[in-house]
Design a protein around this ligand. Structure first.
Ligand code: GAR
Length: 217
């Protein structure tokens, strides 16, 4: 490969999903529109029937399934998923609605190149069922966070957040829909920053264009 070809190679994103894939779709749309100068090199799922896989196929993106019910124990699943992703030479691995916890060896293999979108304003409400928990806690504001993944569940350094107000008549579904609409802006925005080299992770601290993270978008 010539030097020129090397410098113009598109940044390769591997996206890991478990279900619906609306965040994947937001990434694919941003790539198609040119807003995100990257290539989705593979979409991987632990669920063979995830609708997200159809979105990938429609976009002509290679798919791979590593079924967690078949590849056990967890360490073997993690290793098989990491190998499957690595085969597509990703620059970044994006967890976009991936509903499994990844162990330290996986996280270390992609350290600094592994990001997740989580449906809360971290560090509030790590884990599952975030919208119901936010309503039960009576918070005035909720949202979503994109963060680097570490071995601590939803505990890695945050890059950016999107905030939404909580309304008095919200139920978890209504609140989730309001957050999700913002996720679809947040995730492609952060990926565009990563691709443009604006995000630095040093000693567990993140900056974006020299501004301390997390940024609010
Ligand atoms: C999104 O809300 C995402 O933030 C959340 O799952 C949903 C996936 O929707 N992720 C997690 O809860 C990760 N623990 P999608 O499949 O339509 O993108």
């Amino acid at each position: 490969m010539t030097e020129g070809a090397e410098t113009t190679r598109a940044t390769r994103l591997a996206v890991v999903v478990s279900g619906r894939g609306s965040n994947l779709q937001a990434i694919l749309d941003a790539v198609a529109s040119g807003a995100l100068r990257a290539e989705v090199c593979v979409v991987a799922s632990n669920q063979p029937d995830a609708p997200a896989l159809d979105r990938a196929r429609r976009a002509g993106v290679p798919t791979v399934v590593v079924d967690h019910r078949e590849v056990r124990p967890r360490a073997a699943f993690d290793a098989a998923l990491a190998d499957a992703l690595e085969a597509h030479r990703p620059d970044y691995v994006v967890l976009a609605g991936f509903m499994r916890v990844l162990g330290a060896p996986f996280v270390e293999r992609f350290a600094g190149r592994l990001v997740n979108i989580h449906p809360s304003l971290l560090p509030a409400f790590p884990g599952l069922d975030t919208h119901r928990r936010a309503l039960e806690a009576g918070v005035a504001e909720h949202g979503a966070t994109v963060h680097f993944v570490t071995a601590e569940l939803d505990g890695g350094p945050s890059i950016a957040r999107a905030r939404v107000p909580v309304h008095p008549d919200d139920d978890p579904d209504r609140l989730a829909a309001r957050v999700l609409a913002r996720e679809h802006v947040l995730l492609p925005t952060v990926l565009a920053w990563l691709v443009a080299g604006k995000v630095r992770l040093e000693h567990g601290r993140v900056t974006v264009d020299s501004h301390p993270a997390p940024l609010d978008i």
